[in-house]
Structure formats: structure tokens, C-alpha cells
Design a protein around this ligand. Structure first.
Ligand code: HEC
Ligand code: HEC
Length: 289
């Protein structure tokens, strides 16, 4: 492959490769290109000396500058924590109402509460806190146990009918059927009366019979008018919001067997700061009082 032939037009040497009579010229690389190329090689060597670069069996070369992206993240994290600590200290010190009033603190608490909610509460109350059968919706303004900040915080810290917590919220609707307090026909009549409170009864006579039964057996907890009682966690029976269901079959079942929904106490599992943030978060969902 010796070729000294030169292209008569450009004066450039040819390589000796010929395709269909077209000869390949041996045009040298432009100077600027070659220089840039050398610069990148020098740069790469310099980089490998300065920064962690060459993989070894269990590690990498550390580089003379001692740079580490992990250390950088650690520094950032420490900074972020320090910035948060200011808020944490304040939240720990201030009352729920004061936290609610301070715009920055409020936002910080809601964000913290939201992430704690996602870890601890979604499995029962749902991702949008909309609840499901037996698990109350936390967005609406119907509250079993009360919807102000303090009440919500107590519910979260001590739970509901949660035996392991001494201060848990307790109240137990009797199982009127299983415990033989009422007979089946009486339960039927009481259920019709409960339905009549939200104008859904289909049996006027039964509903009228149920009225006295209700007054004797149910009013102490659910109230004379069925408005409910938050001291006892007894839901309103006259609105459109139902924990277990508004159809007759479900209501008969509730009266017969009772429900006794249990909510775990979080006071021992989560720190007081998180409980406060959760209370502020739940309160901010829409039904807070
Ligand atoms: C194991 C299921 C479960 C988990 C987990 C759970 N809850 Fe509950 N929660 C319930 C039940 C059941 C009730 C209703 C109890 C009743 O019938 O009174 C309830 C009630 C509540 C209430 C009272 C609502 C009202 O109307 O008064 C609040 C507030 C609440 N939960 C917040 C939370 C928060 C915040 C978390 C997470 C830290 C959480 N819950 C985790 C089951 C759960
Ligand atoms: C000792 C208080 C108490 C008495 C008495 C009582 N209840 Fe209840 N009731 C409750 C509580 C607390 C709940 C909340 C549900 C739970 O236990 O998880 C409830 C829930 C209900 C529900 C379910 C409401 C819903 O939203 O799904 C119905 C219906 C109901 N009661 C009807 C009655 C009727 C009818 C009587 C009388 C025969 C009665 N209750 C007597 C405390 C009581």
C-alpha cells in the first residue's frame, strides 16, 4: 500500500484506495481538532488524579482533592436538618392553635403530617383520607369524637377502643341482638325508626313502634333527635354520612351485633412532634373546627 500519488486538483496525497475509479484522499486532520483532542486527554488524566475515578476491586481511587458526592449529600442533609430544626423546636414548644396561626409553621406541619399520614394511616383511612366502611372519612365535617385540633390530637395519640392505651377513647354500643336486649322484631322497628330520621323508612307503623324503643335504648348515646354525641363517639343517625352503611340490612346488623371500631393509639409509636403535625394535617383536610 505505498502510494505517493497526489491528487492533481488539491495536491493532497491519495491513500491508494479506489472505488469505482474514485480515489480516497489522505487529508490530514485539522490542527485545531488534534489540539483539542490532546487537551481532552490531558484533562482526563488530570481529572483521574484529582477526583475519584478509576474503579478498583472494592472501591475506587479517591483522587487528591478528596471530593465525594456522598459527603456532599451529607453536608446538604445536615444543612436541611438544621433549617428544619428551627421549625421542629417551635412546633414542640407551641400549642396546636399557635402552630395553626403561624403560616410557615402551619405549612411545615402539614407537610410533615402528610408524609406521616402516608406511612401510618392510609391503610385504614385511604390515600385521600376518604375512608371506607368502618373507617371514617377525615375530610368531612362529621366527627365521631370531635374535629377541633385538640380533639383530633387526642384521638390520634390515644386511639379509639385501643386496649393497650389507658387513655384511649372508649364507648361501646351494646350488641342489642347478640346480647338479647332487643328481640328481632324490636330491632326491625328500631331500624325503621333510625331510617325515618333521614326520611328513608318504608314502614311507617314499624317506625312509630321503634320510636319508644329508640328513646329507651339509643337516645342516651345517639341523642333524642339522633344528632349523635361526641363525648361517646356516637355518630349522628340523621345525616347522609354513614360509617357502616345506610341500608336497612346494615343498620339491623349494626344494632344486632354492634361494631366497636378500633383505631390504634399512635402516642407510643410516634413522637409528640409527629402527632402534632398529624393533627394539624388532618385538621387542615377540610373538616377542621
Ligand atoms: C387499623 C386501622 C386504622 C389506622 C391505621 C388508623 N386509623 Fe384512624 N380510625 C380507625 C377507625 C376504625 C376509626 C373509627 C373508630 C370509631 O368507630 O370510633 C378511626 C378514627 C379516626 C379519627 C376520628 C375521626 C372522627 O370522626 O372523630 C381520626 C382523627 C383518625 N382516625 C386519624 C388517624 C390518623 C391520623 C392515623 C394515622 C396516624 C390513623 N387514624 C390510623 C382506624 C384506623
Ligand atoms: C353506649 C352508647 C350507644 C348506645 C346505647 C347505642 N349506640 Fe349506636 N353507636 C354507638 C357508637 C359508639 C357507634 C360508633 C360505631 C362503632 O362502634 O364503631 C354507634 C354506631 C351506630 C350505628 C352506625 C352508624 C353509621 O354511621 O354507620 C347505628 C345505625 C347505630 N349506632 C344505631 C343505634 C341504635 C338503633 C341504638 C339503640 C338500639 C344504638 N345505636 C345504641 C354508641 C351507642
Amino acid at each position: 500500500m505505498t502510494s505517493t500519488e497526489r491528487d492533481p486538483v488539491s495536491g493532497t496525497e491519495t491513500t491508494g484506495h479506489v472505488w469505482d475509479g474514485i480515489k480516497e484522499l489522505n487529508t490530514p486532520l485539522p490542527r485545531w481538532w488534534i489540539r483539542t483532542f490532546y487537551v481532552t486527554i490531558i484533562w482526563a488524566v488530570g481529572y483521574c488524579i484529582a477526583y475519584p475515578a478509576v474503579p478498583l476491586i472494592n472501591s475506587v481511587t479517591n483522587g487528591v482533592l478528596g471530593y465525594s458526592s456522598r459527603a456532599e449529600v451529607a453536608v446538604e442533609l445536615t444543612k436541611a436538618k438544621a433549617a428544619q430544626q428551627k421549625y421542629r423546636d417551635k412546633i414542640a414548644k407551641l400549642s396546636l392553635a399557635e402552630i395553626r396561626k403561624d403560616k410557615d409553621l402551619f405549612q411545615f406541619a402539614v407537610a410533615g403530617g402528610r408524609s406521616a399520614y402516608a406511612v401510618n394511616c392510609v391503610q385504614c383511612h385511604g390515600s385521600g383520607a376518604v375512608g371506607s366502611t368502618g373507617y371514617p372519612n377525615l375530610n368531612d365535617d362529621e366527627w365521631l369524637w370531635g374535629g377541633n385540633l385538640e380533639q383530633i390530637a387526642i384521638t390520634i395519640a390515644h386511639g379509639i377502643r385501643f386496649d393497650e392505651d389507658e387513655d384511649t377513647r372508649i364507648s361501646e354500643m351494646p350488641a342489642f341482638g347478640s346480647d338479647e336486649i332487643l328481640t328481632s322484631p324490636q330491632i326491625n322497628d328500631t331500624a325503621e325508626y333510625v331510617l325515618s330520621l333521614s326520611s328513608k323508612s318504608t314502614d311507617g307503623i314499624a317506625a312509630r313502634n321503634g320510636k319508644t324503643l329508640y328513646a329507651e335504648n339509643c337516645a342516651p348515646c345517639h341523642g333524642e333527635t339522633g344528632a349523635g354525641n361526641r363525648e361517646l363517639g356516637a355518630p349522628s343517625l340523621r345525616d347522609a354520612i354513614w360509617l357502616y352503611g345506610s341500608d336497612k340490612k346494615t343498620i339491623v346488623e349494626t344494632i344486632s351485633k354492634s361494631r366497636k371500631g378500633v383505631m390504634p393509639a399512635w402516642g407510643q409509636r410516634l413522637d409528640p412532634l409527629t402527632i402534632k403535625q398529624l393533627a394539624v394535617y388532618v385538621h387542615s383536610l377540610g373538616g377542621g373546627e
